[in-house]
Every structure is written in C-alpha cells, then in structure tokens.
Design a protein around this ligand. Structure first.
Ligand code: GUN
Ligand code: ZN
Length: 471
C-alpha cells in the first residue's frame, strides 16, 4: 500500500536568519518507508482539488485553514523531562542552590524511594509510577507546544530513563534520551548519585542498549551521552564518557558556563585546565556531536575553541533570566560561526514552550544590545528567533537538511498554526492572537511569536504521523 498524504495551504518557514519564507501550495508526503519524507512540493497549486492532479496521485488532502499555516516543528535542544513538575518553582535561588533545594530532590524521586520528596509520604512510594506520569505529561506538553524533536535529560535511574525512551517512542516524538551521569561524591547528594565510574558507564551502556532496541536506526529515538556538568563527574568518568560516545557514535550533551559561581567552582575543581571549555576538551567531550547548554559566560578564547571543535550551543534565555544566570551574547556566538539552537531548559526555564524561548531570545538580545551602547546589531528579530528554533536546532541535533523546512527530501515534522480571526463585530475565536485581517503575513507571524501559545497549535506531525491534535 502506498501511504501518501497531500498537505495544502500556506507554508511558512525561516530558512535564513533574516528571512521568513511565506508560500502557498501543496506538498506530497510519503510514509512508505515509515519516515514521512516530503517527496514533492509544488508552490503553483491553488486549490486542494488541484493538488492531487498536479502530483498525479490519489491521496488524502490535509488542508490548513486559510487563516493559519504550516510551520516546521520546533526543536528543543535542551530540556530536563523529570523537572517538569517544578516549572515555575525556583523562588529566589540561583543555579547551585536551586539544584540542591529543588532539582535533586525531585529528580531522585523518579527512582529512589528514599528521596527527600517522599519524607512525608503516607503510602509506600512508587517512583516508576511517578516517572510514568511525569514523562507522559511533559511529552503531552511539549507536543502541544509544537516541539517535534527534543533533546532530553532524564535522571540517573536506568529504569526511568528507559521508560522516557519508551514513551517518546510510543507517542512518536523525535527524541534524544540522556541518562544523567553524576558520580563526584563531594558534589552530589548521597541520595542521588552514581556509585562509581564503573557504575556510571555500565548504567549508561544499559540505556544505550535499550534505545537501540527501540530504534536501531536512531532516527526517532537515540541515546545521548549526558555528563550532567563538569562539577558533577569524576575526571575519569568524563574521559570514559567521551570514549564511550566516540565508540558508539553518539551525541553528547552537558552544561557549560551558565552561572558565575559555577564557573568559579569549575576552576577550583579542575585547576590544571585553562577554562571551562578546556575542561571538556581535555576529557574528549568537545566534539561535532556535542550540545553545550547555556554558554552565557564564555571567553572569546573559549568561543574559538568551541567553534574549532564544531560543538554546538543550546541557548536557553528563559532559564538564564529566571535563575539570574546572565545574558548570553548570542550574536557573538553566531559571529564566531558557532551553531546555535534554542532550549527551554525546563525547569531552570519556567516554560516548555519553544515559542516562549523565541520571545525570550529576542528580549535578552535587546538587553545585550543595551549593554553595548544600544547597538541594534545584537538584536535578534522574529525571523531569526524562529530560525534558531528550527534550522538552528536542526544543526545542533545533527539533522541539518532533514528538519526545519519544506524542501523535497525533508521530514514532515510540522505544526499547523491557527490564528484567531476577529469578526466585523469584534467577536471571534479565542485563540489569543487576534487577527483583524489587514495585517501582512509577516506581521501575523510577529503577532503569533509575541502572543501565541499552545492554543494556536492545531495539529502536530512527526515523520508524517499525527502526534497531537487539539480537541
Ligand atoms: N547544571 C547542572 N545541572 C543543571 C540543571 O539541571 N539545570 C540547569 N539549568 N543547569 C544545570
Ligand atoms: Zn539544563
């Protein structure tokens, strides 16, 4: 059976930092190989009935409402799935006390009955049941917000990490799954730590095997080697994780230079390395497949090292503001030629929405510009924010040319956006973004970016499979 679908309507994407590409027409998606690849695109098609004859196939036609559009699915290059219950809960903390006060207790509760989260439990805790609820919910939340690919951190627990892989796979979200590695005794609580380097490596291998058993191709779900951050791992663990990633051909994700106290801590713990980036390089962790989250306080020399190693950066502006970590100079990273995508960093970040990350990238860039004598060169605009969220993210997760647009050969990882049409009497659908009808399409996209949320996401597909639909 030939499994093909035609999509007809308006297609908007951001192929370049300064370009919104707005086209109408149709694309033909083939799911025969299970992948959901765009086989043909025709920007001359003007009606849904015209589409099938233009492509010379008989296939169902999915139509985007005239007031809406198809947009490439968002790529969240940095999100902590187990932290979802804590979104918005951070008080006045900053990174290091936030980790010990809020984050480690919650993460440990997904695998450890002795977690401080269970100290007042009235019945015996079932950590895996908790993990199931949390992971199903975070996937619902990210899909509802148009995230088609996510690079997840899980916890140190193999069972719960494998469960996250199972759920993303079953629900059809494209995902990298990282079992979190942390075994440096003085930096990790006793209730939440790998026992040794050997255990870190063995447990990581178990999770790698599980991801491979789900998806040998690694196209939909793949393990990503995840040393939490330099301070949380023994030096030999960092080295062995680098070797393991190399042997297995896997991606690596970690945090870098997020907070000034953290940078100071890294200097104290690794006195022989010249910088935070050098710590990762020294242990073989700066590779073209490495995603470094935050990079708020990198020196120019570190930026050049990251660029030379072709490592990628996940910019998490919402989190950097919420935890008071600082203002990441994205323009400087891009000017160095570093590939950058966006991350929500739930729950350092308070929102699972990449659209919110786009907004915050725009806002933070303006603060950076303000600190450079109001130089507007630093400003990230709407198109560039959307480019970071799609094309940028695709490069960061190694899917360049496959995700982020509507060109032939690309995957149908797409969200359908609906905007609220205001009627002549001022009434209309309550979709948050009010469109009066006289706005240009560029301006409609700007209004979506600044005011949109999950109410504007009607349907979401990954590899041509419908994975979310608003009721
Ligand atoms: N650094 C080490 N662990 C974490 C984490 O869970 N979140 C953030 N934002 N930074 C970290
Ligand atoms: Zn993080």
């Amino acid at each position: 059976m030939v499994e093909e679908t035609i999509y007809f309507g308006r297609f908007i994407s951001a192929p370049q930092p300064d370009e919104l590409l707005i086209r109408t027409g149709a694309v033909l998606v083939n799911r025969n190989d299970g992948k959901g690849v765009i086989k043909k695109a025709d920007w001359t098609v003007t009606s849904s009935s015209d589409a099938a004859s233009k492509f010379g196939v008989e296939a169902p036609v999915v139509v985007a409402k005239d007031s809406g559009f198809f947009f490439p699915g968002f790529i969240d290059t940095h999100i902590h799935a187990p932290q979802h219950p804590n979104v918005g809960i951070f008080g006045k903390s900053t990174l290091l006390d936030w980790l010990t006060t809020y984050t480690f207790p919650l993460e440990s509760s997904l695998g450890n009955v002795n977690s401080p989260m269970y100290k007042d439990a009235v019945s015996p805790p079932d950590p895996l049941a908790r993990a199931k609820a949390v992971y199903n919910r975070v996937i619902s939340r990210t899909l509802a917000n148009g995230t088609t690919t996510a690079s997840y951190y899980a916890t140190i627990h193999v069972d719960a990490t494998n469960l996250l892989a199972d759920i993303t796979f079953a629900r059809g979200q494209r995902a990298y799954i990282g079992r979190v590695c942390m075994d440096r005794p003085e930096m990790c609580p006793d209730y939440y730590r790998d026992e040794s380097t050997e255990q870190t490596i063995a447990n990581t291998k178990a999770s790698i095997a599980h991801c491979k058993s789900l998806d040998a191709s690694g196209e939909l779900v793949a393990h990503i080697v995840t040393p939490r951050f330099a301070p949380s791992c023994l030096p030999q663990t960092l080295t062995q994780l680098g070797e393991l990633a190399k042997e297995e051909g896997l991606r690596i994700q970690t945090h870098i230079s997020e907070n000034l106290n953290e940078v100071k801590l890294v200097k104290e713990l690794f006195p022989d390395q010249s910088s935070y980036a050098d710590v990762y390089d020294h242990h073989g962790l700066l590779t073209p497949k490495t995603i470094l989250a935050h990079a708020v306080h990198l020196s120019k020399e570190e930026m050049r090292l990251v660029k030379a190693k072709k490592s990628k950066i996940s910019h998490c502006p919402n989190s950097n503001s919420a935890l008071g970590s600082g203002l990441c100079p994205v323009r400087e990273l891009l000017d160095e030629g570093i590939e950058v995508g966006l991350g929500t960093d739930v729950s350092g970040g308070y929102s699972a929405s990449i659209l919110d990350a786009v907004r915050n990238a725009c806002i933070v860039s303006r603060h950076v510009g303000f600190l450079h004598d109001g130089d507007s060169r630093y400003n990230v605009g709407v198109a560039e924010g959307l480019w970071l969220a799609t094309m940028g993210g695709a490069k960061v997760v190694g899917m360049e040319g496959r995700l982020g647009g509507f060109e032939e050969g690309m995957l149908w990882d797409v969200q359908e956006i609906a905007l609220g049409e205001v009627e002549s009497d001022g009434q209309g659908e309550d979709l948050e973004v009010d469109i009066f009808g006289w706005e240009s399409w560029e301006n409609r996209v700007a209004k979506w970016v600044w005011n949109g949320d999950d109410r504007n996401v009607r349907r979401v597909w990954v590899g041509g499979r419908l994975v979310h639909e608003t009721r």
